[in-house]
Design a protein. Structure first.
Ligand SMILES: [Zn+2]
Length: 206
């Protein structure tokens, strides 16, 4: 009788296969790798996952993952508090921060509208954004969604949410423009492209 795969190994492979971009073959390869390396190395991965999940929460102001609340960016008194850059994901925030030219604050939507993938407006924290944009400090909301179909749809939802809290046209609404290639992803742009896109932002409304 041929021996079956041990139950715990099956369970490990099943968990790995749930990760984005990991198919059954990769899951099997990774699981066997984790069994082969020194036990301490494999458990360090488990510990890192546990620590990150326990310590990291969304910042109550910008929704970026952070170990402190507010996060270091929102707590930084030298940042321009009149300016709010709205991004799709925390990875976009990391890209803009590494570019180093932006000195305002952020709001991370957490997702992008994608009707084909069943992601509707309920996946975006538009109520949180509206509450944030209503704050008297905020003079401008700049939309930094990606320049593609889903990003454009998401931008429209952002405009609608912010318009709902505007008083005498404040905060004004702008969108990143120049520099970002159509279909490009903010996450993968270099520093100068992001700086150009911000400098060239346009007003969304008349
Ligand atoms: Zn924050």
């Amino acid at each position: 009788m041929v021996s079956k795969t041990p139950e715990s190994l099956e369970a490990l492979m099943a968990q790995l296969e749930r990760l984005p971009g990991i198919g059954p073959r990769s899951a099997s390869r990774l699981a066997h790798h984790l069994l082969r390396v020194p036990e301490a190395d494999a458990l360090a991965l488990a510990d890192a996952i546990r620590a990150a999940r326990e310590r990291i929460r969304p910042c109550s102001l910008c929704r970026a993952p952070s170990e402190s609340d507010p996060c270091p960016v929102c707590a930084d008194a030298t940042r321009d508090r009149t300016l709010l850059l709205v991004l799709e994901t925390p990875r976009d925030l990391t890209a803009v921060e590494s570019a180093g030219s932006y000195r305002g604050l952020y709001f991370v939507l957490g997702a992008r509208l994608s009707p084909l993938e069943g992601v509707d407006a309920t996946a975006l924290d538009l109520a949180g954004l509206a509450a944030r944009a209503r704050h008297t400090d905020v003079a401008e909301v700049c939309i930094g969604t990606n320049p593609d179909l889903e990003g454009d749809g998401t931008a429209l939802a952002v405009v609608e949410a912010v318009r709902g809290v505007q008083v005498d046209g404040r905060p004004r609404i702008t969108r990143l423009a120049r520099g970002l290639p159509t279909g490009g992803q903010i996450e993968y742009q270099n520093a100068s492209v992001i700086a150009d896109a911000f400098d060239g932002r346009r007003r969304v409304e008349g």
